[in-house]
Design a protein around this ligand. Sequence first.
Ligand code: ZN
Ligand code: ZN
Length: 105
Amino acid sequence: MNQIRICERCKAAFPLDKIRLFHYTKEKDMLVCEDCCKFLKNMDKRIIPSPKTDTKTKIKAEPKPFYKTKYCSRCEYAFKVDINKVDVLRCPYCGKTDRICEKAE
Ligand SMILES: [Zn+2]
Ligand SMILES: [Zn+2]
């Protein structure tokens, strides 16, 4: 007696000897027909290289420079800083941090 299985991809009925077990993911195996098994194997090869390029483009994304004019009241020196890159505001003239304020326009 021929056993019939349903292909999990194309949902068609096939005799058991035309059905293949395809390792879809580590956790999941799929019962698929011979054609679908070939198709999934080919698709697998195409899918593998793509995550690498994905992560590369994500790493490249940096915060946009955001320049602000700051003012050191100690030496009356105004300077521009990219506040996205600097965590401690320091006067480039005297090197001190305690008298830095927003530049009064
Ligand atoms: Zn199929
Ligand atoms: Zn200063």
